[in-house]
Design a protein around this ligand. Structure first.
Ligand SMILES: *Cc1c(COP(=O)(O)O)cnc(C)c1O
Length: 427
């Protein structure tokens, strides 16, 4: 494969955009080399600027669950655009998508739309703090909740449970209100509550983490978080930006039967346009301005193009009773194929999967949290990534990312992928 034009475009971009990209992981820093520039996409495939074709396992990091350029979404956006692209007034479409989302997701009465998953999580935390009148939050190492200050926190040293900034620009003052816990370790969570009695506003968690590879929650873990939160009058926030409308119509709340107090959305809910949302019970959501004291706003929030795309996406998912079964079957098929060839080729590996989220770790030990996710062989991942790219398989350029399976993938695509994985892992 040639990457001439992509390389040239990246050089041009790098002159005027920091690192040549508008979001860091696109830059291939984790795997080396230069990113491919995509020209267009359709269904399960990406086409780059050099004319190469790829089977896509990123799918815009999740949103394209029905494939690229999904026609009902594209048509709705075109038709909507002709009538004006933003008004700064309420539109009927906002109520329609809100009603549909509330009907699909268990346990939520009201939803507010924003422009990204970052905004959704940032706003949910503010709402939780305002509602509980407490400052501290618990997040789990390795879970990602967007790039707002409260979440760019790493574990402190030694026995300290206080977080420290993991990016310059995040203040110590902000960091001290974020407490870091280990995913899948309820005793760790309980000990943090012990040390911070009546101070914790919320636990925010990716209920099925997808930002350190895919990590299935241990049986009972989410229920235990629910109980700890009730006992401490702390809100439980499910960050379902990745899992919402992907693992089930009602996301992880439905899949595992655990109720959250607030739920964050992004990715799929926007059908490929910039949309986020947060939702919950009326009593909590009505704490938001203009009804309540917690301020939150957005010039382009509920933007008609974005709402049109999201509405078509949710309608399609809601109408298709088999969609989540098909995604489960396709991803299970891929998982089985990957396991077969990696075992045959004597690769040390762990494959984790929940529904249509799957990840491969080059380590034979179970991957259950951030520490175990870090154990994987990074050089092996880099080679795997670049060799698959040459075979026309596009996976995320980082060992910490989940593969997102789209319904547009055919079994022939999956077979090709398994064959390619077999080829690139033979010694
Ligand atoms: C992607 C992601 C976010 C951030 O969403 P953006 O739209 O990139 O701001 C937050 N939480 C989770 C779980 C995500 O996967």
């Amino acid at each position: 494969m040639e990457y001439k034009r992509s390389s040239a475009l990246f050089a041009e971009a790098s002159k005027v955009i920091p690192g040549g990209v508008n979001s860091p992981v696109r830059a291939f820093k984790g795997v080396g080399g230069t990113p491919i520039f995509v020209k267009e996409a359709k269904g399960a495939y990406l086409f780059d600027e050099d004319g190469n074709k790829y089977i896509d396992y990123i799918n815009s990091w999740g949103p394209m669950i029905l494939g690229h350029a999904y026609e009902p979404v594209v048509n709705a956006v075109i038709e909507r655009a002709k009538k004006g692209t933003s008004f700064g007034t309420p539109t009927e479409l906002e109520t329609k998508i809100a009603e549909l989302a509330v009907s699909m997701v268990p346990n939520i009465d009201k939803i507010r739309f924003v422009n990204s998953g970052t905004e959704a999580c940032m706003s949910a935390i503010r709402l939780a703090r305002g509602y509980t009148k407490r400052d501290k939050i618990i997040k789990f190492s390795g879970c990602y909740h967007g790039h707002s200050d409260s979440f760019l926190i790493a574990a402190g040293s030694g026995l300290s449970t206080f977080g420290v900034p993991n990016s310059p620009g995040v203040t110590q003052g902000t960091a001290k209100d974020t407490l870091l816990a280990r995913f899948n370790d309820i005793d760790n969570v309980k000990s943090i509550f012990e040390a911070n009695k009546n101070e914790i506003a919320a636990i925010i968690v990716e209920p099925v983490p997808g930002n350190m590879g895919c990590i299935p929650p241990k049986s009972g873990f989410l229920n235990e978080l629910r109980e700890v939160c009730i006992a401490n009058e702390t809100l439980l926030i499910f960050d379902e930006v990745m899992t919402g409308f992907r693992l089930a119509k009602g996301g992880v709340q439905e899949l595992y039967g655990v109720e959250a107090d607030l739920v964050c959305f992004g990715k799929v809910i926007g059908g490929g346009l910039p949309v986020g949302a947060f939702a919950g019970k009326e009593e909590i959501m009505d704490y938001l301005a203009p009804l309540g004291p917690v301020y939150q706003a957005g010039t382009l929030s509920g933007n008609p193009l974005a709402m049109a795309a999201g509405y078509e996406m949710l309608k399609a998912l809601n109408a298709d009773v088999e969609i989540y079964n098909r995604l489960e079957e396709k991803t299970a098929y891929l998982e089985k194929g990957i396991r077969n060839v990696l075992t045959k080729n004597n690769v040390l590996y762990t494959v984790n999967r929940v529904g249509s989220m799957i990840s491969i770790h080059f380590d034979k030990n179970p991957v259950i949290d951030f520490d175990t996710a870090k154990n994987g062989d990074n050089q092996q991942f880099k080679d795997f990534f670049h060799n698959l790219l040459k075979e026309g398989i596009y996976i995320a350029p980082s060992a910490y990312e989940t593969w997102f399976i789209t319904d547009a993938l055919s079994y022939e695509d999956l077979d090709k992928t398994i064959l390619a994985i077999d080829k690139v892992t033979q010694n």
